[in-house]
Ligand binder design. Structure first.
Ligand code: AHR
Length: 539
């Protein structure tokens, strides 16, 4: 490929951390500009990228639930995260932190999964209802062996969802719970008439039932949820799901426990044996460095090898969804059953000095790029993927929010969810991307990732990620079938790969307005900075 189309000599000013350096841009016959900065460092702007957005097409809707979240009774996600208790000096509503609710409403959180994770298959919901001082404690065996006081239970979770304006997704106990427990949980929460469980709910202060659509039947039952084979689990699935009744007009959506990442046999067995009994089938996809669990390396300390490994890991999501979807297509060609990616995200070593069982990690520009790439992939698979839940909302893994006492920080990942909310319930537009490569050592991956949608007002949003941490990228985009008048955008980027927000400097990384996109008739020319996430609005 050649870069001649953009080959013009130019002087540019690049602003790096407040200092200004003059840059001479030189035309090369190859596929990039090489620019020499005053301090002798090199910066490339690749020119080989072509994008076609079929702006007049599109059939599938990107469910807003793809932008869902997961929160577990783990570390400081619930206790010390969402839940501070009614007597806390931190402003709260019935014990739930107000600033956090406001922040998550800001990204239009659509659905929240709880209580786990591994915790779900040890959780007995009746321990978490009634007067808080009477609730029994339990040992959180998976997560640090700490005592869980059950102060945040069913009522508190559903109150949280109401405050957030999101749908609850309850993940029920199959590993160590009984069918009766699950049956009664559904009755307690959703039955409107006179019944033992509905009366108990009323005695605990809630007159009207809640509407709870999403019910997960077990979590990781191939591992922490009971170490089962798919053949054993699928029989349990059929039995347990039978007793999640549709009470009082509540229409349930039952989600079977799915595969550990690329365990395609699990999906095969579940689909073959139980497709007719499920609304959704889950899959989990964590991205970490190193072979097996536990992950290697801190969130904030890495070199380019660490950057590359995570971006390559994020791209694997596409293969994963394609292969699981292909199996589902065999048994469910009409795509009635949703593929539910109910845990995904980056997993790093815990921050030094924190409880290893609490999985507390920082969050950098690298995590933001992983989020952007994964969300583009999830969008593009929206014909089959009906929900995804990033792990975990607050203070755990790839969190949106970190807290320290009364302080709260929004992470770079939060900002990606904020920028991408334009895709919620929008129509996915087909795209064709011809991307240059990002090469590292002997390896290479596509430098760019994209997805596009049309919202209900007819506006087009294009989310683009430049995975290359060293080179900017020029993209020529044909908006086929559209003659737009205006383009505007936002960008998330930084000088350093490991840029992040801290309690001392909470706004180091936040979206800025993006003005390097230019329209000429139906052609949009965009220059993406190195290591950036950009969302464009065209109308
Ligand atoms: O998110 C942390 C843990 O990762 C969850 O509890 C479990 O489901 C997964 O293995």
């Amino acid at each position: 490929m050649t870069g001649d189309k953009f080959g013009k000599r130019a002087i540019r000013v690049i602003r790096t951390r407040g200092t200004i350096s003059l840059v001479l841009m030189v035309v090369f016959a190859g596929n990039c500009f090489l620019t020499l900065t005053a301090d002798g460092a090199t910066d490339e702007t690749k020119t080989a990228n072509r994008l076609v957005v079929h702006a007049d097409q599109g059939e599938e809707m990107i469910s807003r639930n793809i932008y869902g979240h997961f929160s577990e009774d783990l570390g400081r996600c619930i206790s010390g995260g969402f839940w501070v208790g009614e007597d806390s000096p931190i402003p709260n509503t019935r014990g739930i932190r107000n600033d956090m609710v406001e922040a998550l409403r800001g990204i239009k959180i659509p659905v929240l999964r709880w209580p786990g994770g591994c915790f779900a298959d040890e959780y007995h919901w009746k321990d978490g209802i009634g007067p808080r001082d009477m609730r029994p404690s339990m040992i959180n065996t998976h997560w640090g062996g700490v005592i869980e006081n059950n102060h945040f239970g069913t009522h508190e979770f559903l109150d949280l969802c109401e405050q957030l304006g999101c749908e609850p997704y309850i993940s029920a106990n199959v590993g160590s719970g009984t069918v009766q427990e699950l049956q009664q949980w559904a009755e307690y929460t959703t039955f409107d008439g006179e019944s033992p469980m509905a009366s108990l709910r009323r005695a605990n202060g809630r007159e009207k039932p809640w509407k709870i659509k999403y019910w997960g039947v077990g979590n990781e039952n191939w591992g922490c949820g009971g170490n089962m084979t798919p053949e054993f689990y699928v029989d349990l699935y059929k039995r347990y799901q039978t007793y999640i009744r549709d009470f009082s007009g509540n229409k349930t959506y039952k989600i079977a426990c799915g595969a550990n990442k690329a365990d395609y046999n699990w999906t095969e067995v579940l689909m073959q044996e139980a497709a007719w009994r499920m609304s959704g089938l889950s899959v989990h996809c964590y991205i970490w460095k190193g072979g097996d669990w536990p992950p290697e390396g801190l969130a904030t300390e890495f070199d380019e090898a660490g950057w590359f490994a995570f971006l390559k890991g994020a791209l694997f999501m596409d293969e994963l969804l394609t292969k699981h979807s292909a199996i589902m297509d065999k048994y469910d060609p009409d795509k009635r059953i949703g593929l539910i990616v109910d845990e995904w995200g980056t997993w790093h070593e815990v921050e030094p000095g924190t409880n290893p069982g609490f999985l507390y990690q920082q969050n950098t520009l690298r995590d933001a790029l992983v989020a952007g790439v994964c969300l583009n992939i999830l969008n593009r698979h929206c014909d089959r993927v009906k929900m995804a839940n990033i792990a975990q909302t607050v203070n755990v893994l790839q969190a949106m929010i970190l807290t320290k006492d009364e302080k709260m920080v929004l992470t770079p990942t939060y900002h990606v969810f904020d920028m991408y909310k334009a895709h919620h319930d929008a129509t996915l537009l087909p795209v064709e991307l011809q991307s240059g490569d990002y090469k590292f050592g002997d390896d290479r991956i596509p430098a760019l990732s994209v997805s596009a949608s049309r919202d209900k007002q007819g506006r087009i949003h294009i989310s683009l990620c430049n995975l290359d941490p060293r080179a900017g990228a020029k993209v020529v985009c044909e908006l086929r079938g559209l003659e737009p008048k205006k383009v505007s955008g936002q960008v998330l980027t930084a000088a350093e790969m490991n840029a992040h927000n801290t309690f001392e400097n909470p706004e180091q990384l936040k979206p800025a307005s993006f003005d390097d996109a230019h329209l000429h008739n139906s052609t949009l020319t965009v220059t993406l900075p190195a290591k950036s996430v950009v969302v464009l609005k065209v109308h």
